[in-house]
Write a protein that binds this ligand. Structure first.
Ligand SMILES: Cc1cc2nc3c(=O)[nH]c(=O)nc-3n(C[C@H](O)[C@H](O)[C@H](O)COP(=O)(O)OP(=O)(O)OC[C@H]3O[C@@H](n4cnc5c(N)ncnc54)[C@H](O)[C@@H]3O)c2cc1C
Ligand SMILES: C[S@@+](CC[C@H](N)C(=O)[O-])C[C@H]1O[C@@H](n2cnc3c(N)ncnc32)[C@H](O)[C@@H]1O
Length: 648
């Protein structure tokens, strides 16, 4: 595994003493109390709560999430502030997070039991990822970046308004405070961002000054006479690379400081999983979204199957694909578990069995993936199958159409069904007043908005119309699923070569075929036979003799590198000035206001929800809930950049 597994913290608790970390030889907070320290040092030191008043979003970056005391104090202050900002994003880096049991003990008898309980309920599987955890419907978003600070800092895409520096004391935890860390933090700072910490270490202060901060000492807390406050005021602010500027620096994207009332509107082309995920994520950030769909109702194309699986993956080298899929699966699971529990979505979210996996999963936390013995495999699935097999406790199956319908019910999302968008064009007006317009087959304008998201799946002709065909190596891959009455009931969905699950009405569902360049829309007997053969290999199951076989055909949009396409659409090569450096996706100039969420391949259920969050954050200028190298890997400009590198 290239990525370092997460080692949970070792914490010693003793009555009347702050929790102690023997690995570092230091305590988690001052003797006089974690909440009082948080309020004096981190909140007051950053001018909070006054500085977030009336803002649309306020972004706090913390080094060392620890037991979450500073987070809880901030959340509590936000809750009690009538002038609070619309959203707090709290991005915290942590290499050794506490286990659930330690988190319970740390907050047992604490002053904020309700908030601590919610934190515990949202506590993630301890894998090396950025874990988005939403509270209060996303108005308080914790982005828990689990990993070492040196690895994580370059992976963060955010503009911070305030920094809480809270590693263990610099003498026992130098990497949390060194020049490299401070430089990395400065890169994240919005102009005027502030810093607060209880430390007055000389090296820290000189690193802050060297990275463009104005530093001062103020009265400290508890036994510390003084503390450090700083403000980011660099002599020179480097220009952001144009590719990411679309995310953060456009008049639309520079959203955080905008007043709460600013109206933001987007058009989304396509009401499948991609369009619904994009619309719901944008709407949760306050955008008004119109979703245009050619069919009379949503989820009639690839997203219309009765069921589909979602789950993580494990690869020995934990490459981009495995890391991205893990981050997505963990996020998707939270939403699906809520939807299924509420009765809005048909499905099962209590685990998935992966049969005959290759390699080992021993390095991963058991609540992400673990090996199954043959007896527990049979107990779990209810059918006599043999391993080797792994369980993904945070996997399962859901009905994609239910998922789409639930997402489209998000307040702020409006479905405009039965409109075939034949063409899109940007109005002549330049600058922030320009709008993207969607035209019907008769040439009439259907709707317009400053932002347009292409989410037309495998039949997305608009995508090819606005950009270089060669820079979108997308294939349309036909697939057929089968379902029928069966004597067996699978208690957990199975994945392997093919997949199988029991639908809510007891029918067995299995699939799926994959044929590229095949436009036959009819269900085929030969494809049913293929699915039944795969099912036999998985679990020796089949239909009740003579039962009719039902099927459905759809097309997946599959990119050449088998990752989705999420972000701002690059300009055509012909429209980019020849001298422009475009050998990295981040550099490639984009078409203003035009975005895409596509290439969901056979993983729309797993990838869609986080892809929607990433896209919405990019459009809105919010911190991106994904590591930077994964964002590069799904960036629509990646092929242009690759071509430019090859041409060098
Ligand atoms: C057989 C099969 C089995 C699968 N199994 C799984 C599985 O188990 N797990 C999983 O995660 N994924 C699975 N998938 C993949 C998953 O279904 C897709 O990744 C996902 O549905 C793609 O969603 P989408 O929104 O991109 O595309 P679609 O669902 O195809 O939606 C695109 C929408 O855009 C509309 N549209 C396009 N152009 C226009 C236009 N010009 N104007 C108006 N509307 C337009 C279309 O009508 C359509 O409704 C499977 C796919 C198939 C085919
Ligand atoms: C003082 S505690 C943080 C307390 C926390 N802010 C709170 O409110 O509870 C310091 C934290 O820094 C973390 N840490 C130490 N070294 C680290 C590193 N190299 N990368 C990331 N986190 C690290 C520790 O695991 C510990 O949780």
């Amino acid at each position: 595994m290239k990525t370092e597994p997460i080692m949970p913290a070792r914490i010693e608790f003793a009555d009347g003493q702050p929790p102690h970390a023997p690995l570092f030889g230091d305590v988690y907070h001052a003797q006089a109390g974690a909440q009082a320290q948080a309020r004096h040092v981190f909140m007051r030191g950053n001018g909070l709560p006054a500085r977030w008043a009336g803002r649309r979003r306020f972004v706090i970056v913390e080094t060392g999430f620890g037991l979450g005391n500073n987070f809880l104090a901030t959340w509590d202050a936000w809750q009690n502030d009538p002038a609070r900002c619309a959203q707090i994003v709290y991005l915290a880096i942590e290499r050794h997070p506490p286990t659930r049991a330690d988190l319970v003990q740390a907050h047992d008898g604490g002053p904020l039991p309700a908030l601590a309980g919610e934190l515990l309920a949202g506590w993630p599987t301890l894998t090396p990822n950025i874990h988005p955890i939403d509270f209060e419907g996303g108005r308080v978003r914790l982005l828990l970046a689990l990993g070492d600070i040196a690895r994580m800092l370059p992976q963060l895409c955010a503009q911070a308004d305030a920094l809480y520096l809270d590693g263990f004391a610099p003498r026992c935890n130098p990497s949390m405070w060194d020049r490299r860390a401070i430089r990395g933090l400065a890169r994240l700072c919005a102009p005027g961002a502030t810093v607060a910490t209880w430390s007055v270490a000389r090296d820290l202060r000189s690193s802050l000054v060297a990275s463009g901060f104005e530093v001062r000492r103020t009265p400290g807390f508890d036994r510390k006479r003084e503390m450090t406050e700083a403000i980011f005021a660099p002599a020179f602010v480097p220009r952001r690379s144009p590719g990411r500027a679309a995310a953060l620096d456009t008049p639309l994207g520079r959203g955080a400081a905008q007043p709460q009332a600013a109206v933001r509107e987007a058009l989304i082309m396509g009401a499948g999983l991609a369009g619904a995920c994009a619309a719901a994520s944008l709407a949760r950030l306050g955008w008004r979204c119109k979703v245009l769909e050619r069919h009379a109702s949503p989820a009639q194309a690839a997203s219309g199957n009765p069921a589909g699986l979602y789950h993580g993956t494990v690869h020995g080298d934990d490459g981009l694909h495995a890391r991205f899929t893990r981050a997505c699966a963990l996020w998707a699971h939270r939403g699906y578990a809520r939807g299924v529990a509420a009765g809005h979505v048909a499905g099962q979210t209590d685990g998935l069995v992966r049969l005959r996996p290759g390699g080992s999963c021993a390095a991963w936390p058991g609540d992400y993936v673990h090996e199954l013995e043959d007896e527990s495999l049979q107990g779990l699935t209810g059918v006599p199958i043999r391993g080797p097999a792994w369980s993904y406790p945070a996997g399962g199956w859901v009905a994609p159409r239910d998922v789409v319908n639930e997402l489209l019910r998000t307040p702020g999302v409006e479905l405009v069904a039965g409109v075939d968008v034949a063409r899109i064009a940007r109005s002549d007006a330049e600058g922030p007043g320009a709008v993207w317009q969607a035209f019907d087959t008769g040439g009439a304008v259907i709707h317009g908005a400053p932002v347009l998201v292409l989410a037309g799946g495998a039949s997305d002709v608009l995508l090819h119309a606005v950009s270089d065909a060669a820079s979108w190596p997308l294939q349309s891959v036909r697939g057929q699923v089968s379902w029928f009455e069966s004597p067996a009931l699978l208690r957990r969905p199975l994945a392997g070569h093919g997949y199988a699950l029991s639908l809510s009405d007891g029918q067995l569902f299995c699939g799926a075929t994959t044929t590229a360049g095949d436009s036959d829309a009819s269900t085929r007997e030969i494809d049913h036979a293929f699915n039944l053969q795969r099912l036999q290999e998985l679990a020796s199951l089949g239909p009740v003799p003579g039962a009719p076989l039902h099927g459905r055909v759809g097309w997946r949009a599959v990119a050449k590198d088998r990752l989705p396409i999420v972000g701002a659409v690059p300009r055509r090569l012909a429209d980019i000035t020849p001298a422009t450096r475009i050998d990295h996706a981040r550099m490639v100039p984009r078409i203003p206001g035009l975005f895409v969420l596509g290439g969901l391949a056979s993983r729309g259920l797993t990838w869609g929800p986080l892809a929607g969050e990433v896209l919405a954050a990019w459009i809105d200028g919010a911190p991106i809930p994904l590591e930077a190298d994964l964002l590069d890997a799904i960036d629509p400009a990646r092929w242009l950049a690759r071509r430019a590198r090859r041409a060098d």
